[in-house]
Design a protein around this ligand. Sequence first.
Ligand code: SF4
Length: 379
Amino acid sequence: MSPIDRILDKALRGERIDTDECVTLFETDQIEKLGAAANQLMQKWHPEPVSTFVIGRNVNYTNICDTYCRFCAFYRAPGSKEGYVLPDEVIFQKIQETIDVGGTEILMQGGTNPELPFSYYTDLLRAIKERFPNITMHSFSPAEILKMQEVSDGLSLEQVVREIHEAGLDSLPGGGAEILDDRTRRKISRLKGSWRDWMDVMQTAHKVGMNTTATMVIGFGELLEERALHMERVRTAQDECLANGYSSKGFLAFIPWTFQPDNTNMKAERVSPEEYLKTLAISRIFLDNIPNFQASWVTMGPEIGKLTLSYGCNDFGSTMIEENVVSAAGATHKVNIESTLRLIREAGKIPAQRDTKYNILKVFNDEHIRVERDFIMQN
Ligand code: SF4
């Protein structure tokens, strides 16, 4: 048996692979073999031929940021004439529009704005929940949470996370993970905090009962060992969450992305679709304690998005209505609800709308064609 076959066989038997074995998988070009193993492992979690998606909206509430990540084309420095903070009424309107098209999730995401006090976030969340009690606020990255702590006049991280959760934050997206290793982080986002800072926010969120997700961005010139270490750190934190018996389910999903170099201050080769698919398959094989893997069609485009559903993904992500952060860096693929349904079907799966906790809300199978047509026409 070849070393690759031996490692895949081990994973398929339900045994954990280690970081050295993970690197060995990264070194192979047998990506179809990796995809087939990842697909089998995905089917153990999700035996039904269903691929899910969530209807949500990104609300980029501010672009003012004092973290200055080298790869970011979205932010404006404090004091810039192009800096903005969206008025609350505009945010409410965007949420209403999301609800009007059957959306359930709002991903508020912005810069680390030093001019906003902690009360801005808690007041805004309370006002949102008062108007829209059923919307799920899956918002703010660890960098924004750490900025909230910085402006909070001495609150501990746990107090900040508890207060923001009580104010209406339901779950925490895994943005800003980039590569969870400080050598790469120092190179690309020196001020964003260490990998440990990112993980502390996530583990605190788990402790207070919030689910989160984890991302990984490849293409910064990171070593394969650093990608393996990133996954190892996520897997260990997930083990800890599950062992502690928190009401949180920890990381509900893992989402690998690729760095988009256009319009940024960093020169880097674009990651090939093959490298992305390989990374996705390996992460499904390695992360045996995370149930859901999300396609990254925003950066890779719908056709590769379709292929991800046979490389370990069970989820097509969000039908994002707005995505200024990624589109500022040149990835402008947009997938609306209708084409999401079409692409999932073309990949041989049955589409289903889910909520942020991955509960299925509506299955779009053949018997539901009429319902679906009505749904699309209404929206
Ligand atoms: S990635 Fe986020 S934290 Fe970094 S500069 Fe851009 S907006 Fe700021």
